[in-house]
Each structure stands twice: as C-alpha cells, then as structure tokens.
Design a protein around this ligand. Structure first.
Ligand SMILES: [Ca+2]
Ligand SMILES: [Ca+2]
Ligand SMILES: [Ca+2]
Length: 394
C-alpha cells in the first residue's frame, strides 16, 4: 500500500458529506428474511456512539461522544464533555433513562464491552469503555496540539458508575512502547469467553498534533491475565499483541459461534485507502498474517455484534451507500436488514444485541456526524424476531 495516511480534515469532510442515512428496503440489495421491528426512537443523547447491555441484560449503557458541531470547522470531539448514560430495559424492550450522565467529564467515549470473568481487580460484569481519542478539541473549540494531552485509555466501571480502574493506551504507554505509536482512536472493544480483551485503533486524528504523526491502525489483544497489571501501571507478564489491519478498523467483537475475533473497516467514510473497501476480517491468531476479508465492499462499517445464533450485524455510516445495517449469516455473504416501520438512521454506530432465545433486542446509537445541538440525538431500539437466526437457514 502506498500510504495509509488520512488527514483529520478528510475525515471531517467525509462526515460532513455523509449526511443522513435512510435505512429501509435498500434498492437492489438482497434483504435478510426476518425484519427488525422498530419499537423506540429515543432522542436524548449527544452523538451517541456505543451501546452495551449489562451482564444480566437489565440495563443499557450509552456512550455520548459529544462532537463539537459548529464550534469547529472539522470533526472534533469535545475534551472532557463526553459522558455515559444508564438506561433500564423495560418489559416491552423499550428503554427508560435512569441516569443521563452516570459518568461525566470524559473525552470521546466510544465503544464498550463487558468483562465475562472476574480478575483480581475487576469483578465479572465490569464494563470497559474506549475513551480519550483524537481528533478532539477543547470544549469551546480551541485546538489541542500537545500529543501528551491525548490520553486514550480503557476505562473500567461498574453498573453504579463507580470507576474501578483504567488502562492507559496513550503517549508513553506500553502500547506505544510495543508498536511505536500511542493508540490514537480507540474505537471499540470485545472480550472472548476467557476475558481476553480485543480493541481496535482506527488511528485517525494524528494531524491535530505538533508535530503531526501517523498512527498505526490495527487490532490489539490484551491477555486476561494482564488486565490487572496494566491497570496498576505495571509491566504485565504477558504483553499485549498488535496485528496491523489495513483500511482503518472500527468495530470488533468475538463470535459466540466460532470464537474468532471479527473486525470491520471504516476507511471509505474518509476516502481513506481500504483494500477491503468497507470489509470484515475474522482473526483467530494474532501472530499470523491477517487473512483475506470474509466480506468486503459494504460501505464504511462502524459497529459489529452477534446474535445468540452467531448471525453478525454490522452498521454502515457512509451516506451514499443505502444499506445501513448488514446481516451476515454464519459462513454466508452479507444481506441488508429491513426495518418495520421504515426508519431513518443518522450514522448507526456501535450497536449492541442482547443475546437470548426468542426475540432479541438490538440498540442502535446514531452518531449523528457533526451535530450542534447536544441532548437530542437518537438511539433506536429494535426487536429482532424469534425467527431471525432461523432465517439464515432458508
Ligand atoms: Ca454534538
Ligand atoms: Ca465505532
Ligand atoms: Ca442534536
């Protein structure tokens, strides 16, 4: 590849151009045979990027990335004004706000994941969130050029909002020691069943600093046994490992079906070079070469999650691509998700699915690009009918 460089300006321009994405019967696209029922649109957020269900499925946490909108010319998250909301899942599947700002004062909270096992430091069910990413500016829109001020990290908290610890991935961290670049855009994370943590660095945003620098887009693995040492600021016995992923990886999740780590790419949203042109990779070995993508040419992918039956759903944020959510049956090619009633999604980002038998709830945060009115951006809740995974067999 000639260059992996993409400018913050290009990223922002693409977001500006991406506009509103209309989800519904996408012309020409093959549709999945089971239709998502839209049960709620909740306009109560500020550029919501990520959603996650609590371990017992009774609550949903939403990350509000707080993009600055008309305070800046280019896309930038506001330093220290991002937050995480807590909502309760009602019997109907609808969500009810419990605490709009459960955790406040964050920069660019994005994807989240739930720890499936206990470590010495973190109880089972601890929520980890990606925070601190570039591109960001001060809350009033002033430029930030000191790279030391970029504190990307994994923030760990419990369901009451109590912060239990954090793992530094920014300037001077072990992650920079390993591959020569601090983590620039820590976008999403997922755990496997043993508690190993995987996260994606999209690595946009190095242009805001002086001197400018290029990040390294790719997938990181933190062994479960190393979480505590890293949170204590110590060198772990087993170091994190890095796998370069071209095309600017964004969403990541471990399949409950085959145990592989799936990661998608968002590069095309910024016109950035992406050999998969909005694709999905399945990784089983962090030390082997990246395999060919399992699917490609899907637009600009953001979120990624699985149903109980191992059906994969990816969200798509490029405005000129009509399919907003793709559905990929195990071993199959991707189709489009249809909604009833038809709905408008404004940048569907890091989706969450509550895996269960019967109908499964899916929460879709809409990142709403460059929005200037905080507090009214949407999260859409849909029900994937009981026959959703079964429709893969037909
Ligand atoms: Ca905003
Ligand atoms: Ca994302
Ligand atoms: Ca708004």
């Amino acid at each position: 590849m000639r260059s992996r460089r993409v400018t913050t300006a290009a990223f922002a321009t693409a977001f500006l151009a991406s506009g509103w994405i209309v989800a519904g019967p996408a012309e020409g696209a093959e549709m999945h045979g089971s239709v998502a029922q839209v049960i709620q649109v909740l306009p109560a957020f500020d550029n919501p990027e990520g959603a996650i269900f609590s371990a017992d499925g009774t609550h949903v946490f939403v990350s509000n990335a707080a993009e600055l909108g008309d305070k800046t010319e280019g896309l930038a998250w506001g330093e220290g004004i991002g937050y995480i909301s807590k909502l309760k899942v009602l019997e109907s599947g609808k969500l009810e706000m419990v605490e709009p700002k459960l955790i406040d004062g964050l920069t660019a909270p994005l994807g989240m994941g739930v720890l499936p096992v206990a470590t010495g430091t973190f109880p089972k069910g601890t929520i980890f969130a990606c925070v601190g990413s570039a591109p960001f500016r001060t809350a009033t829109g002033e430029a930030v050029t000191d790279p030391a001020r970029m504190r990307t990290k994994l923030l760990a908290f419990d369901e009451s909002g109590k912060v239990l610890g954090e793992i530094d991935t920014g300037s001077g961290s072990i992650f920079e020691e390993i591959n020569g670049s601090p983590v620039l855009l820590i976008n999403a994370l997922g755990f496997d069943g043993d508690g190993n943590l995987y996260f994606a660095d999209t690595a946009f945003g190095g242009d805001q600093f002086e001197p400018k620098f290029e990040g390294k887009p790719g997938l990181w693995k933190i062994p479960a046994a190393s979480l505590d040492a890293l949170a204590a600021g110590e060198k772990p016995a087993e170091m994190p490992t890095f796998l370069m992923v071209p095309g600017f990886p964004d969403g990541v999740e471990v399949s409950p079906k085959d145990g592989m780590v799936y990661v998608n790419t968002v590069g095309p949203v910024a016109g950035a070079p992406d050999p998969a042109n909005g694709g999905i990779y399945a990784v089983s070995d962090m030390t082997a070469a990246l395999p060919a993508p399992v699917d490609r040419d899907l637009g600009a992918l953001d979120g990624l999650d699985f149903t109980a039956g191992g059906t994969m759903l990816n969200s798509q944020i490029k405005g000129d691509v009509p399919v907003a959510i793709t559905v990929t049956c195990p071993g199959g090619k991707s189709t489009a998700l249809a909604f009833d009633p038809e709905t408008t999604l404004s940048g569907p980002a890091d989706v969450a699915i509550r895996r269960s038998s019967g109908a499964q709830l899916m929460v879709i945060p809409e990142l709403t690009a460059r929005d200037s009115t905080p507090g009214d951006d949407e999260v859409t809740v849909v029900l994937l009918p009981a026959d959703f995974d079964g429709a893969c067999m037909k």
